[in-house]
Design a protein around this ligand. Structure first.
Ligand SMILES: NC(=O)c1ccc[n+]([C@@H]2O[C@H](COP(=O)([O-])OP(=O)(O)OC[C@H]3O[C@@H](n4cnc5c(N)ncnc54)[C@H](OP(=O)(O)O)[C@@H]3O)[C@@H](O)[C@H]2O)c1
Length: 404
């Protein structure tokens, strides 16, 4: 970092710039050009949208995961501002994650592709703003260890975890940063219930991808929207919370909250609860993570308390959401079970979105994969990466049985 001045901008790398989190991040960056500067952007294939972003924000480093898209971008240099460097593949994402001028790397790549770039950013001493929940589910133990080793801050972007981070902030100041979870009885994450929360259970067998993608409160990418409909999303988040805040599985719970205004409840040992509230827009947690610890007016208006505000909480109906139960069982089992759950879910959701399996087959694929692969405690990162690959093989094999 150069000479510090109060006006020095934080330099941001954004992996997953063309997606839903990416777009919300660009809104935050546009609202805070005096404080934040975008220095690198990456996507899988959408080079045209990256070209537009580089023009709008004066970004010099771009990465595209897909080789064909990278070649297409290099073949159209005029689409990018002069001097733009186009990086390719996973190496390209890693190059952005360790850009010397970057202060903070926001990983919002869907799935687990962002794991290596996230570790690269931490090893390079950057702060890591993490939206991709799958990363901690796959390799929480190793990511948290890398953050501790290099002293980089891990700032949660997922709205519920960002909310917990905010609720624990005063507590950390008294309990000590290393002891943030002491005195915490449990952390309760709220769930909107997704597209099917009010559907009769018997209708779920016929639910289509178009039905599942109609989220009542949030506009998000397709994978996470389906995960919201199954509540796998909440399951992944409970596992993510366990790693981020050093909790035991029994300390992580979920409650249905249809309005998506309260994002978490942190219950302390004395029974007091703190909650974090804001409208259901990702610009709130993204801004909090990028500008942390500074608080300034944001891209979206806050809650309007001059209007009626109903806040409703309901217990989760376990029978309706087997994916949440499977996640809780995987979290309790520990070891590589969460990684198996995550990989099998990713394949099952992709198959559902392609119309290859019905909605209710998603938990069947995950349950089968969890039951097939032996659980163990991984002591090296390569072991979880291997289990991720094996889980995908087993899940893909089981998916074949639906087409025959
Ligand atoms: N959306 C939300 O409100 C929300 C909230 C909390 C957490 N999250 C988490 O944030 C992550 C992103 O979610 P999203 O809703 O923004 O997804 P999305 O709209 O589907 O966007 C995904 C982004 O990742 C990029 N990408 C996909 N595969 C890649 C790869 N192999 N290499 C590089 N880039 C790749 C995509 O690029 P292309 O456009 O080129 O395909 C796109 O920019 C997920 O892990 C999700 O669970 C999202």
């Amino acid at each position: 970092m150069g000479a510090s001045s109060p006006l020095r901008k934080k330099r941001v790398v954004l992996l997953g710039a063309t997606g839903s989190i990416g777009e919300n991040t660009l809104r935050v960056l546009a609202a805070h050009r005096d404080r934040l500067e975008l220095v690198g952007v990456a996507a899988r294939a959408n080079w045209e949208k990256l070209a537009t972003i580089t023009g709008q924000f004066g970004v010099r480093d771009v990465a595209l995961f897909e080789p064909g898209a990278c070649a297409a971008a290099r073949a159209h240099p005029a689409a990018f501002p002069p001097g733009t460097r186009v990086h390719g593949g996973l190496d390209g994402l890693n190059a952005l994650a360790r850009l010397p001028e970057a202060d903070i790397v926001l990983v919002a790549v869907v799935g687990t592709t962002g794991l290596e770039p996230a570790l690269t950013a931490l090893a390079a001493g950057k702060d890591l703003a993490l939206a991709s929940k799958e990363i901690l589910v796959l390799a929480g133990k190793f990511v948290m260890a890398e953050a501790r080793r290099h002293g980089g801050r891990l700032l949660p972007v997922d709205s519920e975890h960002n909310a917990v981070f905010q609720c624990l902030e005063g507590h950390r100041a008294t309990a000590g940063a290393a002891d943030a979870a002491s005195g915490v009885r449990r952390v309760v994450l709220t769930a909107s219930g997704g597209a099917f929360r009010d559907w009769p259970v018997e209708r779920l067998a016929a639910a289509t991808p178009a039905d599942a993608l109609k989220h009542p409160n949030w506009a998000m990418g397709p994978k996470i929207t389906v995960d919201s409909a199954t509540l796998a999303n909440k399951g992944l988040e409970l596992i993510e919370a366990q790693w981020l805040f050093g909790l035991q599985p029994g300390q992580c719970a979920a409650v249905l909250h249809p309005q998506s205004i309260v994002h978490c409840l942190v219950e302390f040992a004395d029974g007091a609860m703190l909650a974090q509230l804001c409208p259901p827009s990702m610009t709130f947690p993204i801004q909090h993570a990028l500008l942390y610890p500074e608080r300034v007016p944001g891209a979206d208006a806050g809650l309007d308390l001059s209007r009626l505000l109903n806040l409703e909480f309901r217990p989760v109906d376990a029978a309706r959401f087997p994916m949440l139960q499977l996640a809780q069982a995987a979290m309790a089992a520990g070891g590589v079970a969460p990684a198996i759950y995550n990989a099998a879910n990713e394949l099952a959701v992709a198959a559902f979105l392609d119309g290859r399996i019905p909605f209710l087959a998603i938990p069947q694929v995950v349950e089968h994969t969890l039951a097939t692969i032996r659980n163990f405690e991984p002591d090296v990162l390569s072991a979880v990466v291997a289990i991720d690959a094996e889980s995908r093989r087993v899940a893909a094999g089981h998916l074949q049985t639906f087409s025959s």
